[in-house]
Design a protein around this ligand. Sequence first.
Ligand SMILES: [Zn+2]
Length: 262
Amino acid sequence: MRPNLATQELRELFKARKLTYVFHANAIETSLSFISQNALISREAASKNNLPQANQYTDEIDQKHGIYGDLFFNILDHHTIFKAPNVYGPVTFTIPFEQILILLEQTPGAAINITRKNPEKWIDSEADKDKWYSNVQEFESAVFVYEREDACAYQTKFPIPDIVISGLKDGLSLDLVTRIKIEANPELGKLYTDFRYVAEKIGRREQVRKIYARDNCKLECKCRNIEAILKKKYLLPKYKFGEWKDRLGQSLYEDWVIKHSA
Ligand SMILES: [Zn+2]
């Protein structure tokens, strides 16, 4: 059995560390499915409902470990911390952590857990106590070893923990999301405008208003270097509109990226 961490203790820890938000990054195709459903939903829920989602090689691993139906969040915004395009995809949803805690406290059967390392690195023979932090104190002492209160220092030194939410039948409503940021190198401008265009067709107006271009990165951020982005083959599929393109029959950014990466 995996543990269920105490929400009040997490609330106090995040407050003490001045952490207000958690982040979920994903591919263009999957993120548009979230917008169409007005909720962040699990890989399993998207698959059951025949919603477009980008391929993810971890699906099989997630199914084996019983986390395929869960939602994953990061404690920090990886684009900002690593100064590079997010490996999970160019769309980052920002959610106040307090909103998630309140939802968990109001939802019978819902639970929050934190992984000791990325589930991709779990091995079959590992016990649950080796996969998950058993309690909030254990998580705090393993991860927040610096005096710095902004908590940014730990990410590069420790295995990156995932916050895992389970038991939310309808996913996490986009009403709780405050921002939807799209990576926007000036040469990827069409990615942003096309994302917004599709979102306007399939999503609610109040959610479309939350979409922003991530266009204020400094030159040192790798997202400013279009050549470097195009060279990273694992990133390109995450920029594609995939099935949404077929459903809408439009000429979208995808055509641009295929032309330039050929
Ligand atoms: Zn950037």
